[in-house]
Write a protein that binds this ligand. Structure first.
Ligand SMILES: NC(=O)c1ccc[n+]([C@@H]2O[C@H](COP(=O)([O-])OP(=O)(O)OC[C@H]3O[C@@H](n4cnc5c(N)ncnc54)[C@H](OP(=O)(O)O)[C@@H]3O)[C@@H](O)[C@H]2O)c1
Length: 330
């Protein structure tokens, strides 16, 4: 990961009452797949004495899992009385219901679930009102501290003009394969074979995944959600556009942009040709890049691994560390 111009060492400390001085913090893990599995390993390796994993929710029992108390019933997981709920479930009603349950239980929450957090701004409001901590750094930009950097900039009293980024590794990977001459089907299958794309990649290709991230960025940068986000999908005509861009030395990229305009917060996910040397054009495969433009001309550039087990789990674990520091002291 690389940062330029600004290096926030950590998110600004929010002063909350230390109502849970006990250590270790009793945690449960909702989901133990790509991200949750990495989180479980990280908690075991780096958080002994700080966090105990009391229960892990999965969809089915199977052999070959890491050691742990696995359950397929959410009631059994919440019956362990967690003070920290770590959500690594896929988007959907179950995740929404269980985050709601976590808020009711009084636990602090870390979530990787961009779609649910974007759809349910009330969760953050409720958490704040009840003195609970809800953090979701992993929901945007994998290992890149996008939301933390935006919070840091605002905490310094600087205002943000716009944020633009390549936020979806699957689309980026597919566009790179198209530039090499692959067909759209072949490019998508290659992304699936390498684990970048899900079995149903439409949320990535249509820009809905980037749009959910853009909503969280707008919330962090401007304090409000965009009233609407225009989307441009990777579709049948995209290979031709990739070739046209390449003929002029450009790279077609799925770029998500949000900016403060006189009319409100404008947001879009569009396919745009980027010139050589443009960090948003030079980003490769599943990498992400985000450019934050501030009043006064400052620009902050973040680049690095935008997805995957290790990058995403490290972001979740960084949120867990922040909660331990806030609740239990250093
Ligand atoms: N993958 C990434 O690079 C990445 C990056 C940023 C954010 N995220 C977000 O992180 C979250 C998790 O993604 P992932 O890639 O780790 O997903 P995943 O590999 O599919 O893992 C999902 C986990 O949830 C469990 N689960 C699914 N449905 C369930 C149900 N009905 N009841 C109980 N457990 C259920 C699965 O159980 P089984 O183990 O039994 O299948 C699995 O452990 C998503 O919200 C995603 O958007 C992912």
């Amino acid at each position: 990961m690389s940062l330029s111009l600004l290096l926030p060492s950590s998110r600004p400390a929010t002063r909350l009452p230390r109502v849970l001085p006990e250590r270790p913090l009793r945690a449960v893990l909702l989901g133990c797949g790509t991200v949750g599995g990495g989180v479980l390993d990280g908690l075991r390796d780096g958080f002994a004495g700080d966090v105990t994993v009391e229960a892990i929710l999965v969809s089915r029992h199977r052999t070959g899992r890491a050691p742990g108390r696995f359950f397929t019933e959410a009631e059994s997981v919440f019956a362990t009385g967690p003070r920290l709920v770590i959500d690594c479930l896929p988007d959907g009603e179950l995740a929404e219901t269980l985050l709601d349950e976590a808020l009711r239980s009084g636990a602090d929450i870390v979530s990787a679930n961009k779609a649910v957090i974007a759809r349910r701004p009330d969760f953050a409001v409720r958490a704040r009102e009840r003195g609970q901590i809800l953090r979701y750094a992993a929901a945007v930009g994998g290992e890149l501290p996008v939301l933390e950097t935006l919070a840091h900039v605002r905490s310094e009293g600087r205002s943000i003009l716009s944020v633009a980024g390549v936020l979806n590794g699957t689309s980026n990977f597919v566009l790179d394969r198209l530039a090499e001459g692959a067909s759209l089907d072949t490019a998508i299958r290659a992304a699936q074979a390498l684990g970048f794309a899900e079995a149903d990649p439409t949320a990535d290709l249509e820009g809905r995944d980037a749009a959910a991230k853009l909503t969280l960025i707008a919330r962090a940068a401007f304090g409000v959600d965009p009233s609407r986000i225009t989307l441009e999908a990777i579709a049948e005509d995209t290979p031709e556009r990739v070739r046209e861009a390449a003929a002029s030395g450009y790279r077609l990229r799925q770029v998500a942009t949000v900016r403060a305009a006189d009319s409100g917060i404008e947001a879009s996910v569009s396919l745009t040709p980027r010139a050589p040397g443009d960090p948003l054009g030079d980003v490769r495969d599943e990498e992400n890049a985000v450019r934050i433009s501030c009043h006064g001309g400052d620009t902050i550039l973040l680049t690095g691994r935008g997805a995957g087990r290790e990058a995403t789990a490290s972001s979740v674990l960084s949120d867990v560390s922040q909660i331990i520091a806030q609740r239990c002291g250093q």
